[in-house]
Structures are given as structure tokens and as C-alpha cells.
Ligand binder design. Structure first.
Ligand SMILES: Nc1ncnc2c1ncn2[C@@H]1O[C@H](COP(=O)(O)OP(=O)(O)O)[C@@H](O)[C@H]1O
Ligand SMILES: [Mg+2]
Length: 297
């Protein structure tokens, strides 16, 4: 793993012209599989020679990927997409710099960053579709015509959904991440102290913690009409110093008008009770808890 995010490191070396062309490629990719050099030239107002110099630079920097067929075109790489998002977050004065990785997961990468007042903040970079993207990359034949901007759209959509759910909850007293801003597939938020519940070896009062989770689940459901839908021991952070928890990771949250909302709520808690049963020897009846959360109808 690199010391920091490649897209962030490389951003410092990009000229305005390179950034402009990178942006243009992204825009063109929304309309087609590749951004033809010809079109980049037309839209940018740069000469053909300038464009070919800039795109070859961006290609070398691994922000664009070159494709040659009936015409020469370019696609974005994840690093290119990261650079675009970070550049926007920088211009909006949300993120001043990116630091070390906190974790690289299946669906997202988490990085420490700093804001313009030098506070430490956290970036959640959505990677939905990355696995399939890499599959595609390995098979050049598939690359011809099948891959386009959709992989980035998916990551952005997932990030947007998470941001919107969490924005709705910002004024609640629920212990959730504070939203600082978002661009494309990157959310900037505050750093929550603590470690994932699954890694906790000592819980003084596991029952008290479980009761808290149930209370938060009830508030989410009743006051905000939300079911988390991935409420696991991985998405609950425990702060030993304060003996408190926080709930994170909301891209898959659903609203209670979803036809399966109550089933999904039950699934969340039955999974969680399995964990509490095995690790802390507490196993409430899931039906009772769901009834408590939903309220008798
Ligand atoms: N705001 C935050 N503060 C501290 N740690 C965080 C924060 N957001 C995420 N993390 C850490 O990164 C991990 C992955 O984040 P999460 O939102 O669960 O994404 P995913 O599980 O989809 O990759 C979490 O389990 C947690 O350890
Ligand atoms: Mg998670």
C-alpha cells in the first residue's frame, strides 16, 4: 500500500491544462465509451499538438488510459477519478491534503486527510465496481466497447446515497459521522474515535452497549424512517475511553416504506444478536426487539 493516495500525490504535479483535459475526458465519457482525441481538441481549444502532449502526459501519470482502434481515445482510471474529486474538494476548501490510509476495504478506501484549518478529517472513497473493473482490465477483449463511465457512476451513486442518508441524520443526536462535504465518489467526514466492535476484546457492559444499539435502531426507524441494512459488528465503532459507540457505513440504508423494511431490520438484528450471543453470551429474542423497534401495529 502506498503512503498516501496516488491520485492525491499526483494532483500536486498537474498543470491547469492537464486538469482541464482530465475534466474534459470525464465529460466525454458520459457520452461514449472513449474520449476521442479529436473531440478533446475541438472542445478544449488547444491545438492537436498540445492535446496529444497533454494526454500522453496524463497517460504516463496513469490518470488516463489510452485506447487505439478506429480512432485514438482515452478512458479515465480510478486514480484519474480520484484526482478529479480531490481537486474539487480542494477548490471547495473542504480537503487541504490527504494523509495515510486507515483501511482499504472491498467497497471503499478510508484515508486520513486534513481540512484547511489543519484538523484531521476522514475520507471515504467509494470503490463500488472496482473488483469488476479489474476483471475487465485483465481481459483486453472485454475492454473493447464494454467498459465505460458506468463504473465511476456506480461509485458516485453509492457515495451520494450514503451522503444523503447521513445528511438527513446530521441534526439527530445519533452517534454517526459528521458530514463535511462530498464530491463524486469521495465523502469527507470527521474522524470517529474507536475501533470496530468486532475487534474489541473487553466490553465492560456488553448489555448496555447492545441496549444502546437497539435504541439507536429505534430512533433511526421511528424518527427518520431508516433501516441501516448493514448493521454489523464491523460497522459499529466502540470508543473504550468513553464507553460509547458510533454507527457508520450507510450506503445501503433503506427507508421504512421499502416493502421488505421490517424483514431487513430483522436480518440486521438477528445477525447482530448472533455476534453478541457468541462473543458476549447475550441473546435476546429478535422478534421481541423488532416489535419493540417497529412498535405494535
Ligand atoms: N468517520 C470515520 N472515523 C473513523 N473510522 C472510520 C470512519 N469511517 C470509516 N472508518 C473506518 O473504515 C472502515 C470502513 O468504513 P465503512 O464506512 O464501514 O466502509 P466499507 O465497510 O464499505 O468499506 C470502518 O470499519 C472503520 O474502521
Ligand atoms: Mg463497513
Amino acid at each position: 500500500m502506498s503512503i498516501t493516495l496516488y491520485g492525491a500525490r499526483i494532483l500536486k504535479d498537474l498543470t491547469n491544462q492537464e486538469l482541464r483535459v482530465l475534466n474534459m475526458v470525464e465529460t466525454l465519457l458520459k457520452k461514449g465509451e472513449y474520449a476521442p482525441v479529436e473531440k478533446i481538441t475541438t472542445y478544449s481549444g488547444y491545438t492537436e499538438k498540445e492535446v496529444s502532449y497533454i494526454v500522453s502526459k496524463l497517460n504516463k501519470k496513469k490518470l488516463l488510459r489510452r485506447w487505439t482502434g478506429q480512432f485514438v481515445g482515452y478512458t479515465l482510471t480510478f486514480a484519474g477519478f480520484d484526482a478529479l474529486a480531490l481537486n474539487s474538494l480542494y477548490n471547495k476548501k473542504i480537503v487541504a491534503g490527504v494523509g495515510r490510509a486507515k483501511g482499504v476495504g472491498k467497497e471503499s478506501d478510508i484515508y486520513y486527510a486534513i481540512d484547511f484549518e489543519e484538523n484531521e478529517i476522514m475520507l471515504k472513497i467509494n470503490r463500488t465496481g472496482r473488483a469488476s473493473f479489474q476483471q475487465v482490465k485483465k481481459r483486453r477483449d472485454l475492454l473493447k466497447g464494454k467498459f465505460h463511465y458506468s463504473v465511476f457512476s456506480l461509485a458516485e451513486l453509492s457515495s451520494k446515497r450514503e451522503y444523503e442518508v447521513l445528511m438527513k441524520l446530521q441534526e439527530s443526536k445519533l452517534p454517526i459521522p459528521k458530514m463535511l462535504g462530498r464530491n463524486r465518489h469521495i465523502i469527507a467526514m470527521n474522524v470517529i474515535e474507536g475501533i470496530e466492535l468486532v475487534k474489541v476484546q473487553n466490553l465492560k457492559k456488553p448489555l448496555k452497549i447492545l441496549e444502546k444499539i437497539i435504541e439507536y435502531g429505534k430512533i433511526l426507524y421511528n424518527k427518520y424512517n431508516i433501516v441501516h441494512a448493514d448493521l454489523t459488528e464491523y460497522n459499529i465503532l466502540y470508543d473504550e475511553n468513553k464507553d460509547s459507540i458510533a454507527i457508520i457505513d450507510f450506503p445501503q440504508a433503506i427507508t421504512t416504506d421499502h416493502p421488505d423494511a421490517d424483514l431487513i431490520l430483522e436480518r440486521d438484528f438477528s445477525h447482530l444478536f448472533d455476534y453478541f450471543g457468541k462473543k458476549w453470551f447475550i441473546s435476546p429474542e429478535v422478534e421481541d426487539v423488532v416489535e419493540y423497534i417497529v412498535g405494535k401495529k
